[in-house]
Design a protein. Structure first.
Lengths: 593, 184
């Protein structure tokens, strides 16, 4: 064989590693998050020799997964990560489970030991497809390099379509070296997976007729609206405006409808507003669009919205009647169904009985007047709610993205930071993953280099993945880690106070680092605020710093997050911040958390 | 729905389901790809559903699709949920409930080994004839019967063999198909 011929063969076929990179490029992937290791070295070698796909080196594979999630949630495009076999894969599992629970499109490449060693307990071997099967939407083990391109394109399709989710592609090292045929995305069609996106017109017609007949209607929307793209949010706004109904949303759905709008009730659920929860409780028609009746939303099921008919729009048939019975299920994509609903509503040309709507709105206003998000201000100590409020006020005119960790600070952020746009709010809702916020912020900032990206954090959560600040430094990503430091795992402490007789078992954050010095050690900027008087200036200093910042906001240690529906209670049994005699938590409620 | 004050503290669900428990036979058509059975079985264990019987084999060698027949039990709501959960698995083509969606017929095959001598041996053979079982292996002191029928028929036969020297039973689990001319 002469030299020319060899080159010709090379051109016709690619190595598995080259196929991975080529497929990423053809899928329009610009950034991937990853960490190298023995079983993915050929792919790293292929990445090294090209510029189309930029690799962001994280500090831990969990960080890669959350960064990919943050990237996906802020752009609507799938996030991609690349990790090695064994511990690389197991470290990514938390992020995959998180993405599954919150329906985030993620494609995760894992290296695997060579096919002939699979099952031999080889170095850094683990049963990746076995381990990730229950925490992914789908996964693949690629045994033949000629299947690799098809599988990658399929994986992107599966991750994005229907109810989005994470997909793992496990690629043994020998498959990365072997040469095989490449096929482009246009030539790949999934054999079976065709989620229904168009809603049943009869169901939609029935839904709008019920809407027109309702006397106390409320919209209850969720992450499905965000996942259906900006168009869905636009259509939702139009429909809500036209109908004039009040609207609330889950934690996942914040931003789909503008929080500054007078029809907005605030968030629903365990730490939702009084008006949102009461409206849900007393409504006669609930229009659920892309939410799933999560237990943090419903509270006690037998007392959940007892007098309402329920319309439920969802892309996933298993969401219907899972916990709450619905009267009209509409299977389909939120944007498509909203478009049809809007058309059907206009065609119907009816409006709700004005007297009924007037009295319903008056009732809602009465609940609103309760000002359930109120808290007692202080001149001496920074109240966490005040810190979020100031942060919101000082950043609201910018293009701001917010990620969070999990706990009290997350709920305060959801309550006091208001979102007018979708895809600006990234939080771990379903899985409740402490440590989500820092890497997610890294992912968001990679996608939006010029935006202001803030991780609203707690001092306990943030320590779970804080090393990703090093990633931010390396790639000059000016993320802001805004820590509400109350020296407690605040939500744990709050529950211990309410449920376990104030026995604060292991919830005190002892031996905390000096976050300012820690920031400096990483090469970031550390800022600390300890009094309300200096807060604004310090926040402005943070915003105006064009480098990563760790902001240690020292807040009231004993503040609880209210309003709150204790587990096992109903929506109309909320605990409010100013309630003199707070109802005790029942034994039944104690078991729920 | 009733709150149970004696539920274990770790339990998340506070409500006790008072609905009647039904048995359902589900026919599931899947792509015969690696891990598909683990996916289906993992779904059942992961979400706390029962599997009473499960059979699987490739039924279309050209399209590489397999048919899984699962007998499960649960309340009506749980069975609806099982069907929906199976439906969202990526390699699943169709899920049909062969009690509700379409009336079906069920069969199971069993191999039953019985050892004995004298009258007991004669009685075993006589009963096997009544059940239309076939003898597929024999020695002077034993039979292996092959028996096909509804699971209840096999249960009855096995019970009858117990006093006659039942040694061992191997059952296939239920396979089922819809009645009538149409495909599922």
């Amino acid at each position: 064989m002469d030299r020319e011929q060899t080159i010709e063969t090379d051109d016709a076929e690619l190595t598995g590693a080259e196929i991975v990179v080529r497929a990423l490029r053809d899928q329009g992937v610009e950034h991937i998050f990853g960490y190298p290791g023995g079983a993915v070295l050929p792919i790293y070698d292929a990445l090294f020799q090209q510029d189309a796909v930029e690799h962001v080196l994280v500090r831990h594979e969990q960080g890669a997964a959350h960064a990919a999630e943050g990237y996906a949630r802020s752009t609507g495009k799938p996030g991609v990560l690349l990790v090695t076999s064994g511990p690389g894969a197991t470290n990514a599992v938390t992020g995959l489970a998180d993405a599954l629970m919150d329906s985030i499109p993620v494609v995760c490449f894992t290296g695997q030991v060579p096919t002939h060693l699979i099952g031999s307990d080889a170095f850094q071997e683990c049963d990746t497809t076995g381990i990730t099967r229950p925490c992914t939407k789908h996964n693949y083990l690629v045994r033949d390099v000629n299947d690799l391109a098809r599988i990658i394109h399929e994986a992107f399709y599966v991750a994005k379509s229907g109810r989005p989710g994470p997909v793992v592609i496990d690629v043994p090292k020998d498959v990365q070296f072997k040469k095989g045929r490449y096929v482009g995305p246009a030539n790949v069609e999934h054999r079976t997976y065709r989620p229904q996106t168009k809603g049943d017109p009869r169901a939609i017609q029935r839904a709008v007729e019920m809407m027109a007949a309702a006397k106390r209607p409320v919209f209850y929307t969720g992450g499905g609206v965000i996942n259906a793209g900006p168009q869905a949010s636009k259509l939702l706004r139009e429909l809500v405006k036209l109908t004039g109904f009040p609207i609330t949303s889950t934690l996942m759905g914040l931003g789909a409808f503008p929080a500054s709008d007078p029809q907005w009730l605030g968030m629903v659920g365990m730490h939702g507003t009084y008006e949102a929860n009461l409206a849900m409780n007393r409504c006669d028609l609930m229009i659920n669009i892309g939410a799933r009746f999560d237990d943090r939303v419903t509270g006690r099921l037998d007392a959940f919205s007892p007098h309402s008919k329920k319309i439920h729009v969802d892309i996933d048939a298993s969401s219907f009647n899972k916990t709450v019975k619905c009267d009209v299920p509409v299977l389909g994509d939120a944007a498509e169904v909203l478009r049809e609903m809007l058309a059907a509503w206009k065609a119907l040309g009816r409006t709700n009985e004005p007297a009924a709507m007037k009295s319903w709105n008056a009732q809602v206003d009465e609940w609103r007047a309760r000002k359930s998000l109120g808290y007692r201000c202080s001149d001496e100590v920074i109240k966490p709610q005040y810190a979020i409020e100031r942060l919101y006020q000082l950043t609201k005119d910018r293009k701001t993205f917010v990620t969070t960790e999990v706990g009290q600070h997350q709920m305060w952020a959801a309550q006091h930071f208001h979102f007018d746009e979708p895809n600006r709010w990234m939080t771990s809702g379903g899985l409740g993953t402490m440590g989500y916020g820092v890497p997610a912020a890294v992912g968001v900032q990679v996608a939006h280099p010029d935006a202001l990206v803030i991780d609203i954090a707690g001092e306990a959560s943030v320590q779970m993945t804080l090393q990703e600040i090093s990633t931010a430094i390396q790639y000059r990503l000016p993320v802001k880690i805004f820590i509400l430091n109350n020296e407690y795992m605040g939500m744990v402490r709050q529950w211990q106070q309410l449920l376990h007789g104030g026995r604060y078992s292991h919830s005190y954050s002892e031996a905390l680092p000096d976050f300012v010095k820690l920031a400096e050690a990483y090469g970031a900027v550390g800022i600390r605020a300890t009094t309300p008087a200096e807060l604004d200036a310090k926040i402005l200093e943070m915003i105006n710093t064009e480098r990563p910042v760790i902001f240690d906001c020292v807040v009231d240690k004993n503040e609880n997050c209210y309003p709150m529906i204790p587990s096992g209670a109903a929506h109309d049994e909320m605990i409010l911040a100013d309630a003199q005699d707070q109802p005790g938590v029942t034994e039944a409620g104690r078991q729920m958390v | 729905m009733v709150t149970d004050p004696n539920a274990p503290k770790s339990a998340y669900f506070l409500v006790e389901d008072k609905q009647a428990v039904l048995t359902a036979t589900l026919a599931v058509i899947v792509d015969n790809e690696p891990g598909v059975l683990a996916r289906v079985v993992g779904l059942f264990s992961g979400r706390g559903y029962n599997i009473e019987s499960l059979t699987v084999a490739e039924t279309d060698h050209q399209k590489h699709t397999s048919r899984i027949t699962i007998v499960t039990s649960g309340t009506k709501d749980v069975i609806t949920q099982i069907k929906a959960q199976l439906g969202r698995l990526v390699p699943v083509h169709r899920v049909v409930d062969l009690n509700v969606d379409k009336p079906g017929i069920e069969r199971e095959m069993a191999l039953v080994k019985v050892a004995g001598e004298g009258d007991r041996r004669v009685e075993a053979l006589r009963l096997s004839d009544a059940f239309r079982a076939r003898v597929i292996d024999t020695t002077h002191t034993s039979f292996v019967f092959e028996l096909t029928g509804a699971p209840s028929k096999i249960d009855a036969f096995v019970d009858l063999m117990k006093p006659l020297g039942l040694v061992e039973v191997s059952r296939t689990g239920v396979v089922a198909i819809a009645r009538g001319a149409e495909a599922m």
